[in-house]
Design a protein around this ligand. Structure first.
Ligand SMILES: [Ca+2]
Ligand SMILES: [Ca+2]
Ligand SMILES: [Ca+2]
Length: 231
């Protein structure tokens, strides 16, 4: 009488085993994605150090941005610290992190690699009713000295609500153009929409998906294992 129950448990166990054995494509490639590595308050180094003269991976650089704890009615989305970004006087206040993806060059150059970037954004409620615009962007560069070139990018600009107790998700995904060797991750707020309010960011997640380049024998094995359960 427990045949069906055992079948369900067996399926679940197999699925878990398959997930556990999947290649490590689903790892967050951002260093310090939650802004917890430096004790607040911590002023981020300027973003120029990330991009020039060469792209340098492994740290955040930014304009007018400080790692902080709870303030202005905004509580960090992940853990206890978050990034506060304030109008830097130009068009967009930006934070950068460069990511070296040359290890995936074969898959990228086959046109089958994909990327997904997301971050949670918020702002303070200062009584101003117009929304703050912010968002994540991924720029695709072919070399570590290519800063300044016009390159393809994907982006998800969103309008934030004026409720400081809620976080809004900006998320973008797409194919990685062939020839890409570096990703430049940007968090940005449009200065003309800030009107004196800071933007906040937390929980940044960057995934590179190379499963489209996995060899077919592994997929065949997986499918035959699943079919075996229906005998
Ligand atoms: Ca955090
Ligand atoms: Ca700027
Ligand atoms: Ca909000």
């Amino acid at each position: 009488m427990n045949t069906r129950k055992n079948f369900v448990i067996g399926c679940a166990a197999l699925v878990l085993a398959l997930v556990a054995s999947a290649p490590s494509a689903w790892a967050n490639l951002i260093i310090d994605p939650s802004f917890e590595d430096q004790s607040a308050p911590f002023v981020l180094p300027f973003l120029g150090g990330v991009v020039s003269p060469n792209f340098t991976a492994g740290f955040w650089g930014a304009e007018n941005s400080t790692v902080v704890t709870t303030e202005n009615g905004v509580t960090p989305r992940c853990e206890v610290q978050m990034l506060r970004m304030e109008d830097e006087g130009n068009v967009v206040t930006q934070a950068f992190q460069a990511v070296d993806v040359s290890a995936d060059s074969v898959c990228i150059d086959s046109g089958n690699a994909r990327v997904q970037l997301s971050a949670w954004l918020n702002t303070m409620d200062s009584g101003i009713s117009t929304p703050v615009q912010g968002g994540v962007t991924v720029f695709f560069y072919s070399c570590s000295t290519c800063w300044g070139n016009v390159v393809p990018y994907i982006s998800d600009p969103i309008n934030l609500d004026i409720n400081s107790s809620t976080w809004e998700l900006s998320s973008t995904s797409g194919s990685i153009p062939t020839g890409t060797r570096w990703l430049l991750v940007q968090l940005g707020f449009t200065n003309s929409t800030l009107l004196g309010r800071p933007g906040y960011a937390d929980c940044v997640d960057l995934q590179v998906d190379t499963s489209g380049c996995d060899s077919s024998p592994a997929e065949d094995t997986t499918w035959s294992q699943i079919k075996a359960l229906y005998r």
